[in-house]
Design a protein around this ligand. Structure first.
Ligand code: HEC
Length: 111
């Protein structure tokens, strides 16, 4: 059984190397980071989607931590939005531009 698992994992690694067709998660994150972002537009998305947990002013609630004291880079925030983290779900269904904008807005909270 161990050998079978090892064999399957070997195939998976080979498979990853050949995967050039569909854009990977990392590519999307890079594409979003390269967009020119509008923090003012991002405020609307933040208020609709994120404020319920992170609070209207980013200081957090019982269901989401404060974003004020965080020290995240742009690409880290984009990755968290796309992939989710811990109790936070993924918001990969948001359009790329909205993710770029809300990331710019969230970065304004940081001290
Ligand atoms: C359902 C509640 C909820 C919603 C909605 C939500 N978050 Fe979160 N978020 C969390 C929780 C809980 C964590 C902590 C996750 C962990 O590390 O366990 C978190 C972590 C984060 C972090 C990392 C902060 C840190 O200090 O670890 C960022 C950045 C973030 N969220 C941004 C957003 C943005 C932007 C949105 C809207 C697109 C959003 N969140 C929507 C609950 C939420």
């Amino acid at each position: 059984m161990k050998y079978l698992v090892a064999l399957l994992m070997g195939f998976m690694f080979v498979g990853c190397g050949e995967d050039e067709g569909e854009p990977a998660e990392g590519d999307r994150s890079e594409q979003i980071a390269a967009l020119s972002a509008d923090a003012t537009a991002g405020e609307a998305t933040y208020t609709q989607v994120c404020a319920v947990c992170h609070g209207p002013d980013g200081t957090g609630t019982a269901t989401g931590n404060s974003l004020v004291e965080s020290n995240f880079t742009k690409s880290m925030i984009i990755d968290i939005i796309i992939e989710g983290q811990g109790d936070m779900a993924s918001y990969a269904s948001l359009p790329d531009q909205d993710i770029a904008n809300v990331t710019a807005y969230v970065m304004l909270f940081q001290e």
